[in-house]
Design a protein around this ligand. Structure first.
Ligand code: HEC
Ligand code: HEC
Length: 293
């Protein structure tokens, strides 16, 4: 039996163990820690009884309270879809003008349109819908196929050069590659097209070329782009006089469009998105354009 010994400095008893003159103090774990442990243990026991806990074969202990996250989620989803159904019906049945004049409905269009656009359209048109080379800016107000809600809805439904039987067909011919125009004529008409939006071309070194290009344009291009080069929304031929370009308005991009032709491809969304989703996207895209600076 060790003799009880008290450490004169701290006042604790020692355990009687000693290593090289260093004595071990007897400092037990404080009572409050034991109380805390006991409380947490009691709590876990109660929690285990009340709430779903251990797996048992193919089932699990369900707990006395009958709490089930799955029914809670189902209930929440049901409530969300009931409230969605109410406003979805209003968007489905109201005409475009009514919806666009209703700030509440437009709020819902913006809220649901943003993720729809992000999931389906942003890969090509960009998250801000401003497009990029080959993919048109949808906020510019300059529309290839028309900017009325019905036009945009139709574009989404059938696509452009898409697999849909009624697809919009966008065919810019390969005038250079297919030998319809000589190299000089392609260069000339490219200069002319650029001069339509960039006045400096007509007074610069390419003035003569642009003037020659005007004749080529009159014979080869007006059928689709129109005599004033303003384009045609019935065949998706772009206005060549504005600042809006799908493929670029610098000389080499314009030349490449004329030399090799362009056939932009936009999928049909009829089979992939519901009528409601397409209507929301139509309104969303038009709204982006209306609010673009
Ligand atoms: C695979 C790429 C791609 C995806 C995805 C895509 N688009 Fe397009 N979209 C295009 C291209 C390319 C054009 C231009 C086609 C052309 O050259 O005429 C276009 C054209 C359009 C037009 C016609 C623009 C005009 O000026 O008339 C609208 C509207 C449009 N897209 C909306 C959408 C919406 C909304 C979505 C999402 C549901 C979407 N696009 C998804 C590639 C895409
Ligand atoms: C058969 C109709 C048709 C004819 C003829 C035609 N174009 Fe086009 N052009 C189009 C269409 C449609 C597009 C849009 C292609 C696309 O969106 O992919 C286009 C696009 C272009 C573009 C690209 C515009 C941009 O925004 O990037 C240029 C430049 C152009 N055409 C110039 C010409 C010139 C010059 C001629 C005459 C030599 C000509 N086109 C003849 C239908 C035509």
């Amino acid at each position: 039996m060790a003799v009880e010994e008290r450490d004169p400095h701290s006042g604790y008893l020692t355990t009687g163990h000693e290593w090289n003159g260093i004595k071990e103090l007897n400092t037990p774990v404080p009572r409050v820690v034991f109380v805390f442990l006991a409380l947490t243990f009691a709590f876990s026991l109660v929690y285990w009884l009340l709430m779903p806990s251990f797996p048992v074969g193919t089932t699990y202990l369900k707990g006395l309270l009958g709490v089930d996250q799955r029914t809670a989620v189902t209930e929440e989803l049901r409530r969300a879809s009931a409230s969605r159904a109410a406003w979805a019906r209003r968007i489905e049945t109201a005409d475009y003008a009514t919806i666009r004049a209703d700030p509440n409905l437009m709020g819902l269009v913006r809220e649901t349109g943003r993720p729809l656009f992000g999931d389906n359209c942003a890969v090509c048109h960009g998250t801000d819908a401003k497009g990029g080379p080959g993919f048109p800016n949808l906020t510019s107000g300059s529309w290839l196929w028309g900017g009325k809600p019905e036009d945009v809805a139709r574009t989404l439904q059938v696509g452009i050069n898409a697999a849909h039987p009624d697809t919009r067909a966008s065919q810019m011919l390969a005038f250079g590659r297919d030998g319809m125009l000589s190299r000089e004529d392609v260069d000339a008409v490219a200069a002319y097209v650029q001069s339509l939006s960039d006045r400096s071309v007509s007074s610069g070194p390419d003035a003569a070329s642009a003037a020659a290009g005007a004749k080529v344009f009159a014979s080869k291009c007006v059928a689709c782009h129109g005599p004033a080069a303003k384009g045609s929304t019935s065949i998706g031929a772009p206005d060549l006089t504005d600042a809006f370009w799908i493929y670029g308005g610098d000389r080499s991009s314009i030349r490449a469009s004329i030399w090799g032709g362009r056939q932009g491809h936009m999928p049909s969304w009829e089979a992939r998105l519901t009528d409601l989703d397409r209507k929301i996207l139509t309104l969303y895209v038009l709204d982006l354009g209306a609010r673009a600076p």
